[in-house]
Design a protein around this ligand. Sequence first.
Ligand SMILES: C[S@@+](CC[C@H](N)C(=O)[O-])C[C@H]1O[C@@H](n2cnc3c(N)ncnc32)[C@H](O)[C@@H]1O
Length: 212
Amino acid sequence: MRKFRQKYYDLFSKCYDRFIAMHATDRRGVLREILAAQTGAGPGDVVLDICTGTGAALLPLGGRVGMGGLAVGLDFSSGMLGVARRKTGGTPQICLVQADCEHLPFKAGIFAAVTCSHAFYELQGQTQTLALREIQRCLKPGAPFLMMEHEVPENRFVRLLFHVRLISMGRERAVQILKHERNFLLQHFQQVTKTTAATGRSKVFICSGAKP
Ligand SMILES: C[S@@+](CC[C@H](N)C(=O)[O-])C[C@H]1O[C@@H](n2cnc3c(N)ncnc32)[C@H](O)[C@@H]1O
């Protein structure tokens, strides 16, 4: 099943950037800049973007941490990472790692922030819970995890595609996504704040204070 999903994302990588621009109505590509700004990361920090895909969040994150810092993009799809490599190549403070987010290949307590953009809902089975535990392990004490996701699209055609995609993930998952996402995050973090991005139709959950 995992191999099948990796292949699915490898194929999706070929048209992913065009698809996401249409879905998020983010024609100027500023959504991930908003996400990077909300991390509060600054020069010299080390940050992680899980499920980085084609690396949309990495350039703004790399810009914030500067030459003395490091922005790490992690994904399990070689196709997605190939596109990310082409987009971020030549930026020395950005590095790419191929791994499953269930098992982050990093030491504990090293990241000033961890981000996940438009990907968390797609994690299958226990992967969401395992990934959150790993994120908590790798964050510095008090550092935030930021999850950016789509709001329900206004355009009728795009909304239809959104709902078809939700249904394909199963009813329980769809209800969790539409109604209980904050409660789910509160099972793992002491504080969860929701903000809505001023552009596009996306929301950001800023989570801090790991629960044991
Ligand atoms: C919808 S894309 C999001 C890409 C990117 N974060 C963005 O904002 O455009 C989902 C990404 O999650 C990755 N992914 C899914 N399950 C994963 C897992 N278990 N471990 C690592 N990456 C995973 C996929 O390969 C894909 O690149």
